[in-house]
Design a protein around this ligand. Sequence first.
Ligand code: SAM
Length: 326
Amino acid sequence: MNLTDKFGRPITDLRVSVTDRCNFRCVYCRSADPEKHMPAQHLLEWDEYERLVRILVGMGIRKVRVTGGEPLVRPGVEEFVARLKAIGVHDLSMTTNGYLLAERCDKLVAAGMDRINISLDSLQRERFERITRTKTFDQVIAGIDAAQASPFRPVKINAVLVRGINDDEVEAFAEFARDRDLIMRFIEFMPLDADHSWNREMVVTAAEIHQRISARWPLVPVSHERSETARKYRFADGKGEIGLIAPVSQPFCGHCSRIRLTADGKLRTCLFSKEDHDLKFLLRGGGTDREIENEILSIVAQKEKGHRINDPGFVPPSRTMVFIGG
Ligand code: SAM
């Protein structure tokens, strides 16, 4: 089966959030206030995730990214990765803040994970610790070292630049990519922060980042799949790659191939969906695989044409990234 939405977009990518918990409190994502986590019984069990992913793979999902919250804080995630690999997921990856990666990297490799993305929002220890509200810079760098020493390829580093906070580090991040021969991806700040402080002036656009990096080091476009979020560039004169992800200034919804499964068993058809769709009631209520498939088909049929961030009257979703699964 090929899962396709009503605009003809093939749905091939699934983001699976395995927890709403995170050991970081990044300022552009979470609030400084204590957060209420979902009670354990609301979270999907590994068997429930596995069943849903198996059904979805049968419907045409080829790429699965395990995320959160912070996926490495949920015990058993490596075994879950191995179970996903056994289902036959074509491309299996994870997004992590890297804090627990150095000690877990070998297990993830052994479990069959293909690729890894690590978030890193500053190369300056003190600033990094202010953004994440943690004291974890050395551990995250050790996590990146471990990923680069492992068979994971490519290793991608994600940074969210926020004007006035870390936008002066564009060139430093580009140098980091060149020195370490890795893919440095810049994600535009989206209105998904818990504090609702997002505004357009805080967004550092992909165009600005491209212009600043290419003024120093000529960039050469690299081809990409239509549904890929990043526009990719290599350096004309050296190693490393840059990815620019511009959901705000250059939305790529027209080729969106993604759906998201939240930790409490809701399917979301867009990061910015006003509502999500419960699958847990079928999983826990004796639903057959056929019934779940039919429910997924009807949910995907409701996938939005685009995210509408740039429409007047845009209202951000009530769930933030840490709850949706980035
Ligand atoms: N804990 C993992 C991590 O730190 O990568 C995975 C979950 S995190 C929510 C996934 C990604 O979402 C991170 O790269 C993070 O920087 C990004 N993110 C969170 N809030 C965002 C926002 N308001 N705008 C853009 N990206 C955001």
